[in-house]
Design a protein around this ligand. Structure first.
Ligand SMILES: Cc1ncc(COP(=O)(O)O)c(C=O)c1O
Length: 416
């Protein structure tokens, strides 16, 4: 797994793109069949119509026709590729076999996750950060938790997002009704605060120019730029949230890829317990993109404006909208956090980061300015003076490698 993003801050951008954006594009055609009298949700109608992936697929098809024997490498979709370590799969197999026995059978588990896994997550990722197992909610993935958090927050809040960032924050905001109208020319929603992040500001927003919003989605390491926010940057963010009475939803899905001393959790920052929620995932940490397992941390000190604990409402949401993660996946998750499992998982992460390093070195040796690849398997390349579709086509033609333009993720970057 690695993703390559090619950006041109003057003429256009190219980035990786998660699968959800692809799915979104497949649903734009009017259907064939019987029209009911049920109106379409107006918020669904507001979702931005993409055009990126059909175009990429068209290029890919043309390329495959032209070079039927070429081994095309797709760096666009953010999925893991390496088999799971047997120490993890054998635990899941044992668990599954147990399900066919009287002693081993298990039905519904706790909606918040199995106790040993909640404790193991607290110990493995939040040691010495004061996170209690009861503040950890095990789930079927970070993306699902992002949407459940939006359900918790409702339509009357305004969100801020890094620009560019993972599209789930914006799309879930549109679906729940927070985003307001789409300003088509800008490709931006009126009620979303876009916090521009790029090389000009060390990939961290100018908070003095950022309007107050109730919710701040912040992804570190960032998808797609690969930038991991520094401790100082996150201290500024926590301070900003405190001053504004905002809640940070911190996405640490790629935290395990950090190689320097950048914080792996927002809870490393003093005061964060009062202003932040953290969503995270086994997907990129242990190759569980298909197995599906994630978690969200909601600290007890985080309160709504009326003093009500956010954690109580999140618990209610999890009980109502989710009935607990698959017990097979949870058995696998626990195995990932055993000393041997952790070691095995780390070796996969090292493999992916080695791929990223190879890409960074190759691109840098061509004299290109390259960002990322150090704290995340994302490589963000600056190609001045070329139109991004031309860059995409040139790379595909010469190397059989697929990259993705960033227009769908970075409305503030002028695209061609
Ligand atoms: C930043 C970020 N958060 C969350 C997710 C989704 O994670 P999950 O597979 O746990 O739903 C992704 C997937 O690409 C991601 O890039």
């Amino acid at each position: 797994m690695y993703k390559i993003s090619i950006c041109n801050f003057v003429f256009g951008t190219t980035v990786l793109q998660p699968r959800m954006a692809v799915a979104r594009l497949k649903n734009q055609n009017p259907g064939v069949g019987h029209c009911t009298k049920v109106p379409r949700n107006v918020n669904m109608e507001k979702l931005q119509h993409g055009y990126l992936f059909p175009e990429i697929e068209r290029h890919e098809l043309l390329h495959s026709n032209k070079y039927p024997h070429a081994k095309v490498i797709n760096l666009g979709i953010g999925d893991t590729t390496e088999p799971l370590p047997t120490i993890i799969t054998s635990t899941m197999v044992d668990f599954v076999n147990g399900l066919s026995t009287t002693q081993g059978y298990k039905g519904y588990g706790p909606e918040q996750g199995e106790k040993p896994l909640r404790k193991a997550i607290a110990d493995a990722f939040y040691k010495d950060l004061g996170i209690k197992p009861t503040e950890v909610f095990v789930s079927d993935g970070a993306q699902c938790d992002i949407t459940r958090l939006q359900l918790l927050l409702g339509s009357d809040v305004k969100i801020a997002v890094q620009d560019p960032s993972f599209p789930a924050y914006i799309d879930s905001s549109v679906i729940i009704g927070q985003a307001g109208e789409l300003v088509a020319r800008a490709g931006k929603y009126r009620n979303i605060e876009y916090m521009k992040c790029g090389p000009m500001n060390n990939f961290f927003p100018d908070l003095s120019a950022t309007s107050r919003s109730e919710i701040i989605f912040f992804c570190s390491p960032n998808n797609p730029t690969g930038h991991a926010a520094t401790r100082k940057q996150l201290e500024q963010l926590v301070h900003f949230a405190k001053v504004n009475g905002s809640i940070i939803i911190f996405d640490s899905a790629y935290a395990a890829y950090i190689t320097d001393d950048s914080p792996r959790s927002i809870f490393e920052i003093p005061g964060a317990r009062e202003v932040a929620i953290e969503v995270s995932s086994f997907s990129k940490f242990s190759g569980f993109t298909g197995v599906r397992l994630g978690w969200t941390v909601v600290p007890e000190e985080l309160l709504f404006s009326n003093g009500f604990p956010v954690v109580n409402d999140f618990n209610r949401i999890m009980c109502t909208c989710f009935n607990g993660a698959s017990n097979i996946a949870q058995a696998g998750g626990l195995a990932c956090l055993s000393p041997e499992g952790f070691k095995a998982v780390r070796s996969r992460i090292n493999y992916y980061m080695e791929n990223a390093r190879i890409l960074v070195n190759a691109l840098a040796s061509l004299g290109l300015t390259v960002y990322g690849g150090k704290n995340a398997p994302y490589v963000w390349v600056h190609l001045p003076g070329s139109k991004s579709w031309k860059v995409f086509a040139d790379i595909l033609e010469k190397t059989h490698i697929i990259t993705v333009r960033a227009v769908a993720l970075a409305p503030l970057v002028k695209s061609t």
